[in-house]
Design a protein. Sequence first.
Length: 454
Amino acid sequence: MELLKAYINMTVSDDKMTAQLDCTEDYQADSELEAAHIQQLLMENKVVFGIDQEMIKQIAAGLPSESFPVTVAQGQPAVNGTDGNINYEIKYTSEIDRSPDWNFRDVMHIPSVQKGQKLARLIHPTAGEDGINVFGAKLSAVPGTPVLKRAGKNVVFRKEDNSFYAVSDGQLSVSDKYIQIHPVYEVNETLSMKNGNLDFVGTIIIRGDVPSGYTVKAGGDIKIHGMVEAASVTAAGSIYISEGISGQKKGFLKANENINIGYVNQGIVYVGNNLYVENSILHSECTAENHVFCQQGNIIGGMLSAGKTVEAKDIGNRLSTKTEVIFGVNKGIYDKERNLLAKKKELQETLEKLDTLGDKLKRQDSTNNSKLRITILRQRNSYNKTKEQIEEISQVLEQMNSHIGSEKEARLIVRNYIYQNAIITFGKYKRIIKTEHHFVQARLSQNEIIIHSM
């Protein structure tokens, strides 16, 4: 043993994870060292873990001095646990993807979710694995840190799959501690490039105006505490506008339920239920599946279609401005149907001519006539294209339905005057007003439009 100490020195690293042997100047490869003595040296220094038995055999067999120092024992480091994490199923930031067809007014993304949608999956931290140094002492692993996220408003956490789910439609909001859903998205100012176009699954409230060129879409209601210019506003629910729309013949409002508005000026309006206008409807194109109420104002110029009733103070004006009120028919869709039917008739006539031409060409011998063969190919190509166009128009016509309400049950109620050049239509029946009428009601009776005092 004393001989071994004359030739070999042992050192342990500061972190107690490595034990090394180094040779002295007196060491020779043929020095008589025994493995048992090396083991005893390790024991005296309390090195008990991670001993490299193969290295001890090599030293005992005569390891060259240039190979020293060598590691004779190596501890096992602790493996710390991994921190918890959370994987989001949808994009929850407001950053917009600027694709090649990006609209410059789309400056912000509203992270919208639907009821029952999976929002995120929580990944738990791991405990890690303890280690041990060359002295056999335990090295405790540091466990991972959990993600401190909780289910907030309108969100539920399910332990069976460690996931967060939405319990209502709305805007996804992620904070330091909570994941929550806001059913209402609010803009506390006039819409601008700061907000951009809005597309939200819930209700939108705008405390300001909607300027020209912007688009607002909502899966719920839309409430605008201002006016709408030549913009597009579409809601799956109802639309409420405190002032009105000045659409410049481009502004568009569409609601599957009701629209409540101050006035309509040069706008295009479609309502799945009732249209309530506090003041007047001027030079606009409006369609309501059921009722139109404009009891305090006038309907002047443009065209208005309704399924059931129209109530207004005045229809037309003293200048005899052409004003159409139509019952039982969506005039916009009706005009499109007429145009498509006319186009279909024209194509069918063309098809008949091409068919006749094809019969004549078949009776001719095209064996040695290249020009005739080219003409036949052109005729077939034109015939097939025309037939495809007719089929496409037929499919579109099948999906279109211009009928709304019942013209037999419809009523026009005028609480003041209906003026000359106002046009009243019930289905296919039309009447042009030749003289003024005061406080009257118009309806269809026995295929005739009658006007009587109330």
